[in-house]
Design a binder for this molecule. Structure first.
Ligand code: GLV
Ligand code: GLV
Length: 334
């Protein structure tokens, strides 16, 4: 029996060629747009493995349609919040993602969003585009932002990408790092080491201290049900007026409307976002798109050419192994 693999997005030609390395029946959505849910439901039957993007929901309905042949899911992402882990575990379906190889690229976007928000890049661009520059000219406090020196960075979630983001920002003069995380891993030894390496204080704190003490808050936590809207109006009310929020993780960590209001009411200074609740259905009328103090990118954290080729390559080799019921690289413990 030749295993069937369903792929929800065409990948680079060089990477697609890898599917010829072993006998497989490949069913692939052919256009460079998200595979419609209906197409996926109609084509998944009898699949041995699925290669999915973070925009494809791997839930009970899809798994039921796939049937009992299904052995593995390979997702071309580090996040796995689009997959129902309990359902996968119950059905003995393996899951693999693409961690590590996207850490640097995503940390660069974290640093970019941090600087863009700190130095009011989005507002400054809007100022030029609205022809305000000729009237206002150079001003003593024109677009005056926040200097990084002697500031406290707060991380919601302090895994590999957060640490890599810190690594990129410490040279700007950051004085202290505070963080919260889900706490499954004891990181005290690692933190002591990091503290020494970077010569800064690194401290785990509770959520309200994170809100109160962060000059900039960087979200790099995995999205789980209990984390939905963890950044809500109460949290934002506790933040400093000069502080800003950077989201490099998942949109629903933030209550969108609470964030928009908090910025408009000068409760916080602004935001830099690579992700937003409701993406990709975000048009130019969305309040955060219209908000000059929000620097928004279309979920491109891992998008460097090198990184995306590496992610595609790993997810294809994982899909092939998974279809043959072999251990995949970076398999998730369900
Ligand atoms: C990006 O958000 C990813 O999960 O890979
Ligand atoms: C994600 O993989 C992280 O470690 O932050």
């Amino acid at each position: 029996n030749i295993p069937k693999i369903v792929l929800t997005r065409p990948l680079m030609p060089e990477i697609m060629a890898k599917f010829q390395s072993r006998p497989v029946n490949l069913t692939c959505w052919e256009t460079d747009t998200p595979a419609p849910r209906e197409w996926l439901l109609d084509n998944v039957s009898g699949a041995d493995a699925l290669l999915v993007m973070l925009s494809d929901k791997v839930d009970k309905e899809l798994l039921d349609k796939a049937g009992t042949n299904l052995k593995a899911i390979s997702t071309m992402s580090v996040g796995v919040d689009h997959c129902d882990l309990a359902q996968l575990k119950e059905r003995n379906v393996r899951l693999s993602n693409t961690p590590d190889l996207l850490t640097s690229a995503t940390a660069e976007i974290g640093a970019l969003l941090y600087l863009a928000a700190a130095r009011r890049a989005s507002e400054s661009i809007a100022f030029i585009q609205r022809n305000q520059w000729p009237q206002v000219g150079w001003g003593p406090l024109l677009m005056a932002g926040q200097l990084s020196e002697n500031k406290t960075l707060g991380f919601l979630g302090f895994g590999r990408i957060a640490q890599a983001t810190m690594h990129r920002l410490v040279p700007f003069g950051i004085k202290k790092v505070i963080y919260t995380d889900s706490g499954r891993t004891d990181r005290s030894a690692r933190n002591a080491e990091l503290s020494k390496t970077y010569d800064i204080e690194i401290k785990r704190v509770d959520l309200s201290t994170l809100a109160q003490d962060s000059d900039a808050l960087i979200l790099l936590a995995a999205m789980t049900a209990d984390m939905k809207h963890i950044i809500n109006r109460d949290f934002l009310n506790n933040m400093k007026k000069t502080s800003f929020v950077v989201n490099v993780a998942r949109g629903p960590l933030i209550d969108t409307y609470a964030l928009n209001d908090a910025i408009n009411e000068n409760v916080i200074a602004g935001a830099g976002l690579d992700v937003i609740e409701g993406e990709p259905h975000i048009d130019s009328n969305h309040p955060l798109v219209k908000n000059d103090k929000v620097f928004l990118l279309p979920h491109i954290g891992s998008s460097t050419v090198e990184t995306r080729y590496a992610m595609a390559d790993l997810s294809v080799s994982n899909a092939l192994k998974g279809a043959y019921n072999e251990d995949m690289q970076s398999q998730i413990n369900l």
